[in-house]
Design a protein around this ligand. Structure first.
Ligand code: LMR
Length: 333
């Protein structure tokens, strides 16, 4: 013990920079319903990584994928009451609470990915995010997944008439119900994480989703046909609990904004390729019979679904409806 002063050593060991940091650490719990290797799962991870880097580890994002914490039916309440700080529901699910959000789920609203980006990053996206100001959520951005396709069990879907009398699982959202009603199909609104089971027990005949969701949730195990229709786009609103946001130092808010926008940009550049990778896996797996709509069949579906726009216009308003028409007209669509 010669030369040591025990007292000093002991008091030195109590001083710990790391522990001081821990007390100040900010945790963001981010709940979502898809698998990790989907556009949403990967963009969320990118966001977490960027934010931790930007804040030197002061902010940690804990991601809860696959509806392990909250699912479609309770995540909205969970973010409102602060049980989690972040969620990223499909835009259709937000339209349940804010009907104006229906604009993004209109069938055949977008001729291609570029048109989706113009809507998400232009006046439409900005208007929709601003509209959330009246709740305890702050709309941070819109994230990308991909175009939806149809899967069925008993018979392949080619023409709009083929939907008749079939029963589909849908996300909640008035436009989505109306889309199937126009095609004389019935629907059940079911949580994403209950879809597999409802396909398995034949409660529903089919469903619509992106290729990444179809593949990661193994819907092909209980579906025989896949129709590549690209009839609607599935993307997300990224939402944060507003009280939590308001309580953050402005420097952290700035870092969140930067990380979100960089993650959005990453997602925009990678979502197509992630869905393509899942399309390749689906094709290799060969358990689904795949049919791609011809241009004539697409035109026929589009025609059959025109009345959906008339109903939606009441909720969406003529301004935003005009915005989307203008985007389409730029592509002569
Ligand atoms: C669905 O419920 O089918 C999708 O919204 C799941 C998702 O979040 O992509």
């Amino acid at each position: 013990m010669i030369g040591f002063d025990i007292g000093e050593i002991a008091s030195d060991t109590y001083y710990d920079d790391e522990q001081e940091g821990l007390e100040e650490q900010i945790i963001i719990r981010f709940s979502h319903v898809t698998a990790e290797n989907t556009p949403k799962g990967r963009t969320a991870s990118k966001f977490a990584e960027l934010l931790e880097d930007k804040t030197n580890g002061k902010v940690k994002v804990h991601i809860f994928p696959n509806a392990i914490l909250y699912n479609d039916t309770n995540e909205w309440e969970a973010v409102q009451n602060g049980s989690v700080e972040m969620i990223a529901p499909a835009t259709a699910k937000i339209s349940r609470h804010y009907p104006i959000w229906q604009i993004l789920d209109l069938p055949f609203a977008f001729p291609n990915y570029q048109a989706v980006e113009e809507a998400y990053e232009g006046k439409i996206g900005e208007t929709l995010l601003d509209r959330l100001e009246h709740t305890n959520v702050k709309g941070l951005d819109l994230w990308y997944n991909g175009f939806k396709q149809i899967t069925t069990q008993e018979s392949a879907i080619r023409t709009a008439d083929d939907f008749s009398r079939l029963h589909f699982r849908t996300m909640p959202g008035p436009v989505i119900q109306e889309q199937f009603n126009q095609l004389n199909a019935s629907t059940s609104t079911l949580s994403f994480n209950k879809t597999y089971h409802n396909l398995e027990v034949n409660f529903v005949d089919g469903q619509e989703n992106t290729l990444s969701n179809i593949n990661t949730k193994k819907f092909y195990e209980h579906q025989q046909y896949l129709t590549i229709s690209n009839h609607g786009y599935l993307g997300y609103g990224v939402l944060m609990n507003r009280d939590f946001w308001n309580g953050l130092p402005s420097k952290i808010q700035e870092s969140i904004h930067e990380a979100i926008h960089e993650a959005t940009e990453w997602g925009r550049r990678h979502a197509i390729e992630i869905n393509d990778q899942h399309a390749r896996e689906i094709r290799l797996n060969q358990s689904l019979e795949i049919y791609t709509l011809s241009a004539e069949e697409r035109a026929q579906w589009r025609q059959a679904l025109r009345p959906v726009y008339i109903k939606a216009e009441e909720a969406v308003g003529s301004d935003l409806m005009q915005e989307i028409k203008t985007i389409r007209e730029n592509y002569a669509y």
